[in-house]
Design a protein around this ligand. Structure first.
Ligand code: F6R
Length: 617
């Protein structure tokens, strides 16, 4: 979703901002803009619908003209993607510039009030309303300081925002604020950076402040970083974090796309997820977050998993894992539904939120609701220090490393790894899982990175070839049973989000209750059919499909004969316990989606209309 970059220091602000916006491209956007404060303290602005390259094409003359500035990539909410709606937005008097990530929900009321007072608006955005509200407060009281006017304005709006504001009469000053959308301040040597995450400034500094909810900061070379509460202006002493992120982690490392790099990183990312947690020789799983709260989990009325998208699919597999091994009642909910349906929840419930970004607005809101109702809140996030990670009572990071491709791959398998660890740990602790079974499963889990490495080696070229035959497909069905039903949902989601081919996932047995009507010789059906996990039933499903001339692409275990003989395409993966098979089976399905999308010429890392962290409802 929208990305913000700001800079004040001694380097060329244009270069820093443009390079920073490129780093944030992965978040998803449809237009981009920049404003610089030139040597005479006047603004130079450029903005356009399209990509950062389009912005560069119209703004290169600004290079080398300023050492203070800010930029923005916009993901349209209020108003279509257009030059006019792009940020920065400038106040009516031309003196204040503002970039914004989020949604001002009461913008309409404020717009009416400002319109009555003579303000005019060039765009359809909520952001232009906010920048004029700041002007309005400064005009109401000529003595009002610029940061104070920003604070007044922020107290009038509700919704979600991360903003950065500049004022021509306050040269060298950047004012930032946050509620609901993330913002980091990089602390350099005689320079400061602002960004939606730390990736734009990782090569310049390893020290950052992550602005907390409801806080704002005034940043200048003269006075440093002054953090205040938006509500009452009280001074806040910030925590300075040491960044663990490296430049290498956020570059493509020779791969054509981040998505492919991230698919290939999975042996390492799964290993990193388990590192220090799974100690097979000692027969233990050590997870601080769970360890300290074991009784909360094992005595829970029920565990509710809340998430969105791919993380929700991981949650479904988590339900199977925890119910099977720990025998604790689990429910999985879409965060967006949970929060609005007045759920019954209390202090005997444990809520697990799963989120790669840790910033998803729906998941965050659902968590806050569960917290208010007294539930114990556990987070499974990939991004360290993200908003969700910070409001949970406890949690486990997935440690998959930065995921830049919009389509989630390595974060998904890392989430499944964490959920496996949690389920096995709880099962061992409450006695639902025998020691023998526990040892067998953790040994297998420990071997998964090696297995994934084998799968990548043995299936990559094959899948790349198979994908060519499906470039013109219009629809796909993905089927699986048991643990592989959510894996089918995830396979279908991957395909539709990056190739724009319509795809649906179903439990294989549900096929006969409707989707079977779709099957003909033009309908490709991906079927996940490992040996362990209702294999005989899957065989019958494949027969039903073949009887209707459907084209079957089967993911089977090495050496499989029965399904393989009937299938049109076969991808072999090594055998695992059923509970881990989604981790292994997902890898060729990610490759399949990736290559189909590449052959169709789609923008794999930044699919249309999608955002990496969805910070609006
Ligand atoms: C799919 C995808 C999305 C996210 C969803 C939740 O590839 O990336 O469906 O899974 O937006 O995001 P997080 O996990 O960041 O909460």
């Amino acid at each position: 979703m929208c990305g913000i970059v700001g800079y004040t220091g001694f380097q060329d602000a244009y270069t820093i901002v443009i390079n920073g916006l490129r780093r944030l491209e992965y978040r998803g956007y449809d237009s981009a803009g920049i404003v610089l404060e030139n040597k005479n303290a006047n603004f130079s602005t450029a903005k356009t619908k399209g990509k950062v390259d389009d912005l560069v094409a119209i703004s290169e003359n600004l290079k080398g003209t300023a050492s203070v500035g800010m930029g923005h990539t916009r993901w349209a909410t209020h108003g279509v993607p257009s030059d006019r709606n792009s940020h920065p937005h400038i106040s009516n008097n031309g003196k204040i510039a503002l970039v914004h990530n989020g949604i001002i929900e009461n913008y309409d009321t404020i717009k009416k009030m400002l319109t009555e007072k003579g303000y005019t608006f060039k765009s359809e955005t909520d952001t232009e309303v906010l920048v004029n509200l700041i002007q309005y407060f400064m005009e109401l009281d000529a003595n009002l300081d610029f940061p104070e006017a920003v604070r007044f304005a922020l107290n009038e709006v509700y919704g979600a925002y991360a903003i950065t504001v500049m004022h021509e009469d306050f040269p060298g000053v950047l004012v930032v604020g946050r509620l609901g959308s993330p913002l980091a301040i990089g602390l350099g040597n005689k320079e400061y950076f602002i960004a939606s995450d730390a990736s734009p400034f990782v090569e310049f500094t390893k020290e950052a402040i992550y602005l907390e909810e409801g806080h704002m900061a005034t940043i200048s070379l003269e006075n440093g970083v002054d953090i205040r509460s938006i509500v009452d202006n009280s001074k806040i002493i910030p925590a300075i974090q040491e960044l663990k992120l490296s430049l290498e982690q956020i570059e493509k490392g020779g791969y054509e796309h981040f998505m492919l790099k991230e698919i290939f990183e999975q042996p390492k990312s799964i290993h990193d997820t388990m590192r220090g947690r799974l100690i097979v020789e000692e027969g233990i799983i050590k997870m601080a977050g769970i360890w300290d709260h074991l009784e909360k989990f094992t005595n829970a009325n029920r565990i509710i998993i809340i998430a969105c998208g791919t993380s929700w699919h991981a949650g479904l597999i988590g339900e199977y894992l925890i119910e099977e091994f720990a025998r604790i009642n689990v429910e999985v909910e879409y965060a967006s539904e949970f929060r609005y349906r007045n759920p019954i929840i209390g202090n005997k419930d444990v809520v697990i939120a799963i989120s790669q970004s840790g910033e998803t607005a729906d998941t965050m809101a659902a968590l806050k609701l569960a917290k208010e109702k007294g539930a114990f809140i556990y987070g499974i996030c990939n991004v360290v220090d993200s908003s969700i990670a910070r409001i949970t009572d406890a949690g486990s990071y997935t440690h998959a490393g930065p995921e830049i491709g919009v389509a989630s791959t390595k974060a998904f398998t890392a989430q499944l790894t964490i959920l496996s660890l949690i389920a096995l740990k709880l099962g061992k602790h409450n006695g639902s899982l025998s020691n023998g079974e526990f040892m067998k499963l953790i040994t297998e889990l420990d071997h998964l990175p090696k297995k994934i490495e084998e799968v990548l080696k043995s299936t990559h070229d094959l899948v790349k070839n198979i994908a060519k035959d499906f470039v013109n497909a219009q629809n796909f069905l993905y089927l699986g049973r048991g643990y592989n039903y959510p894996a089918a949902l995830e396979g279908a989601l991957k395909l539709k989000e990056i190739s724009y081919i319509h795809a649906e996932g179903y439990p294989a047995a549900e096929m006969k209750h409707g989707p079977i009507a779709l099957i003909d010789e033009n309908m490709p059906i991906v079927i996940i059919a490992p040996k362990k996990g209702h294999y005989d039933k899957i065989v019958s499903n494949v027969q039903e499909i073949k009887a209707r001339k459907g084209k079957v692409l089967a993911v089977v275990n090495t050496g499989d004969t029965q399904v393989s003989e009937m299938a049109d395409y076969v991808i072999e993966i090594p055998e695992t316990s059923e509970c881990f098979s989604p981790i292994v089976a997902s890898v060729p399905l990610q490759l399949l989606a990736y290559y189909i999308a590449v052959y169709r010429g789609a923008n794999v890392d930044q699919p249309r209309n999608l955002a990496k962290s969805v910070t609006v409802e």
